[in-house]
Design a protein around this ligand. Structure first.
Ligand code: ASP
Ligand code: MG
Length: 417
């Protein structure tokens, strides 16, 4: 069995859904479990709907649902003839359910409401994709991830209950079949919908790959594979053919957005290869993440994190910064849920580069100011280069005024403004 994952961009309109079918035609007779995200930017739209529900803006709720309905039916109308009642009916039922939930008292706290609403994106997309594939004679069964992916009640960031999920998945998935299932969503023990964190569909693919001991997991993208830099940020990027699990985790840690470290972990454990391929050119190899050499070709990899804040703290009495201070500082970071992307010490000060969350960062700074002299620069950028060389260093140094620089054996990092 292979697991294929198609993200929002690969099913954003009718033409792309048709392309999914042609990609699958390259794999005749293979057992494939297809994991699908919400169409295009549906998840963002549903997040906005949650806001309107919470703020009880009824007009906005109505118009937002209407827009979502129109967008989905536009795709349905292009893919199916009007007499294909089944899919029209399925999509209609989902919108009716969405409307009923939207008019009922909110089911709980914000995060729970979020999961109830946002999960509709994947329910809608899978109904459409599964039906379309069946209509093109790519026989498949639609699966409900809420019945298979069991999680805790940590809504919006739910954690998978592995033993339960393993049993459910193994009982349901039969050899010789093909399936379409939602990524990103699951349910708790009471069947309340849960979600696994934004961009969580890759993780679903990985969980299923692990449980089913898949031959491989393939993530289909609109880029040729994993590149040595985000092509929207860097020019002259190159394709990485082979990446070790470990290197992939490192790249993701520094902010490479192609793959989430959480996705790699389960696959690494069972040595299941993860391929990243282009749905535009399915015959091309793409990138493979597997056990083995760090990188092939071994070239510098560039990562830029925008919207960073560089915070510098120093002791009031210019005492040396010692472990005691640092443990206090990290406790504060932990308390505010802030991850430190880079840190550097001098005798009497320490600097931290963190994501500039507009709500959290001011509170964090206030907390730090209780104990330390605290200064900060907002709106800076953090560049990280894995496997750097002199030329690669120069390239990022020239991106702006260098505020801080850090070199380790494999990674060069610089904060610029
Ligand atoms: N649709 C969800 C999101 O946009 C999950 C995913 O795309 O992986 O975050
Ligand atoms: Mg998505």
């Amino acid at each position: 069995m292979k697991i294929f994952k198609f993200g929002g961009a690969s099913i954003k309109d009718a033409a792309s859904v048709k392309r999914v079918a042609s990609v699958l035609n390259h794999f005749p007779g293979e057992e494939i479990l297809i994991v699908v995200s919400a169409m295009g930017k549906t998840t963002n739209a549903l997040e906005k709907l949650v806001q309107s529900l919470i703020t009880k803006n009824k007009d906005l709720v109505r118009s937002q649902i209407k827009e979502l309905r129109e967008a989905h039916f536009r795709i349905v109308d292009e893919l199916f003839s009007p007499d294909e009642h089944r899919v029209h009916n399925d999509v209609e039922i989902l919108f009716t359910q969405l409307e009923i939930i939207s008019q009922s008292p909110l089911p709980g706290q914000y995060n729970q409401v979020y999961d109830q609403i946002v999960s509709f994106g994947e329910l809608l997309s899978t109904k459409i994709v599964s039906s379309y594939l069946n209509s093109t004679d790519y026989q498949n069964k639609w699966l409900d991830a809420r019945r298979l992916i069991r999680t805790d009640q940590n809504y919006r960031f739910a954690r998978v209950d592995w033993p339960f999920t393993t049993r459910l998945v193994k009982d349901t998935i039969q050899a010789g079949n093909r399936y379409v299932i939602q990524g990103f969503i699951g349910s708790d023990d009471d069947f309340n919908p849960t979600t696994l964190g934004r961009e969580g569909s890759d993780y679903t693919a990985s969980v299923l790959g692990y449980i089913l001991e898949a031959q491989e997991v393939v993530i289909w993208k609109d880029v040729p594979g994993v590149l040595n830099g985000d092509p929207k940020v860097f020019t002259q990027t190159e394709l990485l053919w082979e990446i070790s699990y470990r290197e992939a985790i490192e790249l993701a840690y520094y902010g490479a957005s192609v793959i989430h470290p959480k996705t790699i972990q389960p696959l690494r454990e069972k040595k299941i290869p993860l391929r990243v391929k282009s749905f535009l050119n399915p015959a091309e190899e793409g990138s493979i993440i597997k056990e083995g050499a760090d990188l092939n070709p071994k070239i510098p990899c560039f990562i830029r994190k925008d919207e960073q804040t560089l915070v510098t703290i120093s002791t009031r009495d210019l005492a040396f910064i010692v472990e005691d201070h640092l443990s206090k500082v990290y406790k504060i970071f932990h308390q505010y849920g802030v991850r430190v992307n880079l840190s550097q010490n001098t005798a009497v000060s320490t600097s931290f580069c963190i994501n500039n969350d507009p709500v959290i960062v001011p509170r964090l700074i206030e907390a730090l100011q209780q104990e330390f002299d605290t200064t900060y620069n907002e709106g800076v950028q953090l560049y990280s280069v894995r496997h750097y060389n002199a030329q690669a260093k120069k390239r990022v140094q020239e991106a702006g005024e260098v505020l801080l620089e850090q070199v380790s054996r494999e990674t060069y990092q610089v904060v610029v403004r």
